[in-house]
Design a protein around this ligand. Structure first.
Ligand code: N0T
Length: 536
């Protein structure tokens, strides 16, 4: 009888990207969902024994989703024979720990290379051709110009998507990333015979037509190229875009984008999970080929869009200190924003970046890389920060795109130098002057604040005409108004939302706020501050 009743309950809807009140959000089980992610290090999920103690730690870090590879070589060790046990084990453990999963398809390409292709693919290079350098050397990179490569990848990926569709009735898997950090190295494009032939052949009309149809919104380099006389049709790549590494990159982006897009489309046809591709970013001064050429990078966004319409989001792997600068290059309103990888900075700094991203970019999620390798102290900080995001998720989701949620983050350059000048925000009738440096001490009892470089930022959420929620790290906020009146702090409370109900902690109207002069958001101690203002 119970089994009958269970069967009668319809499976929840497949997750979906939806644009609501000016933000594109991820709907899971039919409701908006804010991803507090973590991407497992590449090899962790290959060993259930290794993962056993990791799962509770991920849970303790308050993750609600884990990004996990699905390894082609494990799924199809023998051609045409599929074994999904490695994926099933991950999904079962994720469910046990009440976490969702984003699957990363380590298929033809993983960080440009093809290290996760099954042995039967690696060993048969006449059937599965490789990309080549200009001097004819083979690379451990499957060529995008080989139909057999694409066919084999699609067959495995579709089998995986069918398996998820048929077995994951709880909708544990919420998104998928076809391939990983694609792009050509060490040269700007593939020079195999098939690639060279394609390079001399006319640029496909599908690309030039797309560029022509989108000529007003093209990225600057392509817009300039267009302005210089449009794009010829029926001409070679060099005749169309000029000779040089930029053209090699466009060429490579088109063919790797087309390939990845076909994989994504074939998967969506059987199970329509939202799909994104991730990019390895560019260090200053590097040329295409010195970085993965033709990956989903800003200068070739239009090429990817034309080549791979089945891919919903082109997203950055954000490891550089100039996080904000790079993050803004990936803003594409109406498509959704996700950060599948971030790291190489402290947990408090990652949290400052994440809070800013949820607010400023309407991010559907942020996912530190290899959280299982953070120190226990860093795991605690990340867990506390995620706890705050979890408490405020309903309010964040309701406010994204409304103008009532504002991100704060002082800009840092690639060399790590941060501009700590104060920032001014306006919310309703109030102005907020956000400082990142401690004011000279006024009250004798004021707590000493130790500075943690990089750990400044967060968000402000307006919850009423005179009321704000503030969360983050390393900020001093002075309040004023836009209409000449003075603003005073009625009260500052710290506290937490438990099942959506505010449970106040301490009232901070004394030394912590310099007796009401400013709000103080301490460094790396994540909590919710509820501020009420008045005017006089
Ligand atoms: C990532 C990861 C994994 C300070 C590297 C990031 C993952 C891949 N690549 O740990 O291999 O599969 O997507 C590259 C960014 C490094 C930049 C560091 C600058």
């Amino acid at each position: 009888c119970a089994a009958v009743a269970l069967q009668a309950v319809a499976a929840p809807p497949v997750s979906q990207l939806r644009s609501v009140h000016g933000a594109t959000q991820l709907f899971v089980d039919g409701k908006p969902f804010l991803v507090r992610g973590g991407e497992l290090d590449n090899s962790s999920a290959s060993s259930p024994a290794f993962m056993a103690p990791v799962w509770p730690r991920l849970k303790a870090m308050n993750l609600n989703a884990v990004l996990v590879p699905a390894y082609w070589e494990r799924i199809e060790p023998t051609e045409g024979r599929f074994d999904f046990s490695s994926v099933d084990t991950v999904l079962a453990n994720a469910r046990k720990h009440d976490m969702r999963v984003v699957l990363l398809w380590f298929g033809s390409w993983k960080n440009s290379m093809s290290s996760y292709a099954p042995a039967w693919v690696k060993r048969d290079q006449s059937r599965f051709p490789r990309a080549q350098t200009s001097d004819g050397k083979g690379l451990e990179i499957l060529s995008a110009h080989a139909g057999e490569n694409l066919k084999a990848d699609i067959r495995a990926y579709v089998a995986l998507m069918k398996h998820i569709r048929d077995t994951d009735t709880l909708r544990t898997v919420i998104m998928v990333q076809p391939e990983n950090e694609v792009g050509m190295i060490p040269e700007a494009r593939d020079h195999s015979a098939a690639a060279d032939a394609a390079f001399k052949a006319p640029v496909p009309a599908a690309l030039t037509d797309y560029l022509a149809a989108h000529k007003d919104t093209l990225v600057p380099a392509l817009r300039e190229a267009w302005a210089a006389g449009g794009f010829k049709t029926g001409a070679s790549w060099e005749a169309t875009f000029g000779a040089g590494p930029a053209t090699d990159e466009i060429f490579n982006a088109w063919f790797e984008g087309l390939y990845t897009g076909k994989v994504a489309a074939a998967g969506k046809a059987v199970y329509p999970l939202p799909a994104f591709v991730n990019a390895a970013l560019i260090r200053p001064g590097r040329q295409p080929g010195q970085y993965p050429s033709g990956g989903p990078l800003p200068q070739v966004f239009d090429v990817w869009r034309a080549a791979a319409p089945a891919i919903d989001m082109l997203v950055p792997d954000l490891y550089f200190p100039n996080f904000v600068e790079w993050a803004l290059k990936y803003e594409t309103p109406g498509r959704g924003y996700f950060i599948p990888e971030t790291g190489r900075v402290g947990a408090a700094e990652m949290a400052a970046n994440a809070f800013w991203a949820y607010a400023r970019l309407n991010a559907i999620g942020v996912s530190p890389y290899a959280p299982e390798y953070l120190s226990p102290e860093e795991q605690k900080v990340l867990g506390d920060a995620n706890d705050v995001v979890a408490q405020l998720a309903p309010q964040i989701l309701a406010a994204q795109g409304s103008g009532k949620l504002v991100g704060i983050r002082p800009p840092t350059a690639f060399d790590g130098k941060t501009d700590l000048s104060p920032q001014k925000l306006v919310l309703g009738r109030y102005t907020l002057d956000v400082h990142f440096k401690a004011p000279p001490p006024i009250s004798i009892g004021q707590k000493e604040e130790t500075e943690l470089p990089g750990s400044h930022g967060g968000f402000v959420l307006q919850t009423g005409p005179d009321e704000f929620l503030v969360a983050g790290t390393g900020m001093y906020v002075y309040f004023g108004t836009t209409d000449g009146a003075q603003a005073g702090i009625e009260s500052v409370w710290e506290g937490r939302y438990t099942k959506g109900v505010w449970v106040p902690g301490r009232c901070l109207n004394g030394d912590e706020t310099n007796q009401g002069r400013h709000l103080f958001v301490p460094t790396a101690k994540f909590t919710v501050h509820r501020v009420r203002l008045y005017t006089y």
